[in-house]
Design a protein around this ligand. Structure first.
Ligand code: NAP
Length: 246
């Protein structure tokens, strides 16, 4: 069965590993091409946009794709909207493989905001240094702010707030390592998207231990496709829901 996995996440790479060893499926992994040096992938990989809904629907038809798994990041909203529309147009079943969002627990001091612009506004009255772990393409609302910033990203951002200290790293991280980093840079506030998952959750444990406020950017609205939370569930779904070739 021809399968398309929309990727760019740890979950997509885990799924790719399962599909690569399963001869029921002939899967292709699709990456947007944002990361300059993407990790090696266990599946044949195509890189770059499809050209909107019409381009993705054309791709599905041309390649005879029988099922799509949207394993993109919870904040990659456009490709998920496009996948729903393109799969509907091409009559291809679609499922979303994602991470459960993080939730605040005892000892957490979260300020939940709907957008990155609202996160920048929520910094009023919160202490420096502000640790931005929001992705290198989300820094725009912070550029003109007269604050002390520590920015962490996988690849170097094109622009940084004036005087910001940049750390390049892709994780996974430990709570002890995150606490050391936050202490070393005098971090007073953490800003993050609610990406969920284990690989980057250590910063939240560290913020809790250090008693730091967290400005948490909420997820964009989800679509209507069914949602799964493990790669093995996605394989089971494929076996049950993919349409076989005529
Ligand atoms: P986005 O805003 O949802 O998508 C913008 C456009 O990029 C899409 O319309 C599509 O172009 C193309 N695209 C996105 N994901 C693609 C994929 N897997 N394969 C082929 N084309 C793709 O996406 P984004 O937020 O920029 O994220 C880009 C990629 O980085 C995604 O694959 C995502 O999983 C990964 N990522 C995102 C974040 C985040 O916080 N946003 C974090 C970690 C990883 P066309 O319309 O031309 O098809």
């Amino acid at each position: 069965m021809r399968v398309l996995v929309l990727g760019g996440t740890t979950e997509a790479r885990q799924l790719a590993g399962l599909l690569a060893g399963d001869d029921r499926f002939r899967a292709t992994l699709s990456l947007a091409g944002r990361t300059r040096d993407p990790a090696p992938q266990p599946l044949p990989t195509r890189i770059g946009g499809f050209g909107g809904v019409a381009g993705l629907a054309d791709y599905l038809r041309a390649e005879g794709v029988r099922a799509v798994i949207d394993a993109t990041h919870p904040f990659a909203a456009q490709i998920s909207v496009n996948a729903e529309a393109a799969c509907a147009a091409a009559h291809v079943p679609l499922v979303v493989l994602t991470r459960r969002p993080w939730t605040a627990g005892a000892g957490d001091d979260w300020r939940v905001v709907p957008t990155m612009a609202a996160a920048a506004q929520a910094l009023a009255g919160l202490p420096d240094t502000v640790f931005l772990t929001v992705g290198r393409q989300e820094l725009e609302p912070f550029l003109a702010m007269d604050r002390r910033f520590l920015v962490r990203a996988v690849d170097p951002p094109d622009v940084l707030p004036a005087g910001a200290v940049l750390v390049l790293d892709r994780g996974p991280y430990t709570a002890a390592g995150e606490m050391d980093l936050m202490r070393a840079h005098g971090v007073g506030t953490l800003v993050t998207k609610n990406s969920g998952g284990d690989a980057t959750a250590a910063k939240l444990q560290a913020a809790r231990s250090l008693g730091l406020p967290v400005v948490m950017v909420d997820r964009p609205a989800a679509g209507t496709a069914p949602r799964l939370y493990s790669a093995s569930d996605a394989v089971a779904w494929l076996a049950a829901h993919g349409t076989s070739a005529e």
